[in-house]
Design a protein around this ligand. Structure first.
Ligand SMILES: Cc1cc2nc3c(=O)[nH]c(=O)nc-3n(C[C@H](O)[C@H](O)[C@H](O)COP(=O)(O)OP(=O)(O)OC[C@H]3O[C@@H](n4cnc5c(N)ncnc54)[C@H](O)[C@@H]3O)c2cc1C
Ligand code: SF4
Length: 347
C-alpha cells in the first residue's frame, strides 16, 4: 500500500483534492496553517458566491465538513510544512508541530493573498473610514448586519464600487486581471440594491470582464433588473468635502472630468500571489513564475505539474482563479498524484 498524499492548503482547491482522493479510497494528509478549513471564502467571511448564489459558509463550509468527516483525510490545522525531501513515491515531510510523515506526492493548494488597498493610497483607503474593500462588504452581508458606513453605522444612500484595485495597474506592479472581481462587484451591487432599494449604486470601470454567462446574469441583470449604473472612467483620487466622499476622475466615454459625491466607496480588490510563496518554493523546491505565483508546467504533457516531479499545484496558488476552477484543478492535481502511486505499484 503506497503512502498518503500530502495536500498543503485547506481552501476550495485543497479541499477538492482531498475529497477526490477519499472518493477513490486514498489517504491524504491536509496541512492548513490557519485553525479552520475553507480558505479565503471561509476565513475572510465571504457572503453569497458567484455564480452559484450559495452562501460561502454552506458551499465551502460543506466541503470542509465532508473532508473533516472522513477518516481518509488526516487534517492538521495550525501547521506548515518545514522541510520536504525525497523523490516521487517516497517523500518525507516535516511539519512545524514537529511531526514528520512519509508521502508519495504533494499538492500545493496554498492560494493567494488579498491585495492590501493601503498600496493605493490616492483612492482613500486608510484615510477615510467609509472607503472599504469588497472583502469588508462581504463580511457586512454575511454577518447579517447588511451594508453600512463604518464611520457612523448609517445606511448609505450612494455607493460607488471601484473596479481593478490592485489589478491591471502597472504603476504598482500588478499587471494581471484578477478574473472574478467584475462579477463579484456586480453581485455585491445587486445585493446592496436589494437590501437598500433607495440606495444608488455606481460601478466605476476600465473594462468589464464578466466572462461567459456572467455577462448575462451579472452585467446585464445588474443594470436592467437592479438599476446599477456603470461609469467608464479613470479614477484620479477619492477625497472628502467634509460631508461626503468625492470621487474625482475622468469619464472616458465623454472625455470630461467628473467629481461625484458618495457615502460609501468600495475597492474591488484583486488577488496577489500568496505572500509566503518564496518560502513555499524553497521548501518544496519548485519554481515561481515572474509575478510570484507557483509556476505550472504546460498541461499538454500532464496535469497540474510544477517544476518538481511528484509535486503538483492547484487553484489560486497558480494565479487568480475562480472557486469553480480551483475545485477542478484540485481534482486534476489529485488525479496526477494518484498516477505517481500507480506508477510506483507497477514497478
Ligand atoms: C472579495 C473576493 C470575493 C470572491 N468571491 C468569489 C466568488 O463569489 N466566486 C468565486 O468563484 N471566486 C471568488 N473569489 C475568488 C476565490 O477567493 C478563489 O477562487 C478561491 O479562494 C481560491 O481557492 P484556493 O483554495 O486556491 O485558495 P485559498 O482560498 O486562498 O486557500 C488557500 C489555503 O491555503 C492556506 N495556506 C496558505 N499558505 C499556506 C502554507 N504555507 N501552509 C499551509 N497552509 C497555507 C490558506 O490559509 C488557505 O486556507 C473571490 C475573491 C475575492 C478577493
Ligand atoms: S475581473 Fe474586472 S475588476 Fe477584476 S481585475 Fe479584471 S477587469 Fe478588473
Amino acid at each position: 500500500m503506497s503512502e498518503p498524499i500530502l495536500i498543503v492548503g485547506g481552501g476550495p482547491a485543497g479541499l477538492s483534492a482531498a475529497q477526490a482522493l477519499s472518493a477513490v479510497g486514498r489517504k491524504s494528509i491536509l496541512v492548513e496553517k490557519e485553525t479552520e478549513l475553507g480558505g479565503a471564502p471561509i476565513l475572510s467571511g465571504y457572503a453569497k458566491l458567484v455564480p452559484s448564489g450559495e452562501w460561502a459558509k454552506d458551499a465551502i463550509g460543506g466541503m470542509a465538513q465532508r473532508v473533516t468527516d472522513t477518516d481518509l483525510v488526516d487534517v492538521r490545522l495550525g501547521a506548515r510544512v518545514e522541510s520536504f525531501s525525497g523523490s516521487p513515491g517516497a517523500f518525507n515531510a516535516t511539519l512545524s508541530n514537529g511531526d514528520s510523515c512519509h508521502v508519495s506526492a504533494a499538492i500545493l493548494a496554498t492560494g493567494f493573498t488579498h491585495f492590501d488597498s493601503i498600496n493605493k493610497p490616492e483612492w482613500g483607503f486608510g484615510s477615510h473610514a467609509d472607503v472599504v474593500t469588497t472583502v469588508q462588504v462581504e463580511q457586512m452581508i454575511s454577518s447579517g448586519k447588511g451594508v453600512y458606513c463604518p464611520s457612523d453605522g448609517r445606511a448609505p444612500e450612494r455607493v460607488a464600487i471601484l473596479l481593478c484595485v490592485g489589478s491591471r495597474d502597472r504603476q504598482i506592479g500588478r499587471e494581471w486581471c484578477s478574473k472574478i472581481c467584475c462579477t463579484v462587484s456586480a453581485n455585491i451591487a445587486m445585493e446592496i440594491r436589494e437590501q437598500l432599494p433607495e440606495c444608488s449604486v455606481y460601478i466605476y470601470y476600465m473594462d468589464i470582464r464578466t466572462f461567459g454567462l456572467n455577462e448575462i446574469n451579472y452585467y446585464w441583470r445588474s443594470q436592467e433588473e437592479f438599476r446599477v449604473k456603470y461609469i467608464k472612467s479613470r479614477v484620479a483620487e477619492v477625497t472628502s468635502d467634509g460631508n461626503r466622499l468625492l470621487i474625482k476622475g475622468e469619464d472616458t466615454l465623454v472625455k470630461r472630468p467628473i467629481s461625484i459625491p458618495f457615502d460609501l466607496v468600495v475597492h474591488a480588490i484583486g488577488m496577489d500571489p500568496n505572500l509566503e510563496n518564496s518560502t513555499i518554493a524553497d521548501t518544496f523546491g519548485v519554481d515561481l513564475q515572474t509575478e510570484g505565483n507557483i509556476a505550472q508546467q504546460s498541461s499538454y504533457g500532464g496535469l497540474a505539474m510544477t517544476s518538481r516531479p511528484g509535486v503538483y499545484v492547484a487553484g489560486a496558488a497558480t494565479g487568480p482563479e475562480t472557486i469553480d476552477d480551483s475545485i477542478a484543478q484540485g481534482q486534476a492535481a489529485a488525479m496526477a498524484a494518484l498516477a505517481v502511486a500507480a506508477a510506483e505499484a507497477a514497478e
